[in-house]
Unconditional design. Structure first.
Length: 101
């Protein structure tokens, strides 16, 4: 199992991407969390309010998720990060594997 972390420009974009990934059965669940981000962009430090998608899925689906997120995301260079999860409740893992393609 993996968790996919994707910051988005706002809640609307995060929901749109999450819904599409759910409809395509690429993820089993998405949490959308408001965050304040600071980062370097175009030679200066930026401060923005963003919404982060934290999605749970099977490892084998990561590259397909990356492709879909890049098609939908408005950032020139979106972060699409994979976190490997080694320990997860068996019942949750069974549910995940039943629901994703």
């Amino acid at each position: 199992m993996i968790v996919v972390y994707v910051p988005c420009k706002d809640e609307e974009q995060a929901k749109k991407i999450s819904r599409k990934l759910l409809e395509k059965r690429l993820i089993v669940c998405a949490n959308i969390i408001p965050v304040q981000s600071m980062y370097w962009w175009e030679n200066k430090i930026q401060e923005e309010n963003e919404h982060v998608i934290i999605a749970k899925t099977a490892t084998r689906l990561f590259q397909e998720i990356v492709g879909m997120v890049k098609e939908m995301h408005t950032y020139k260079t979106p972060l699409i990060e994979q976190w490997n999860v080694d320990d997860v409740d068996k019942d949750y893992l069974d549910w995940l594997n039943k629901e994703v393609k």
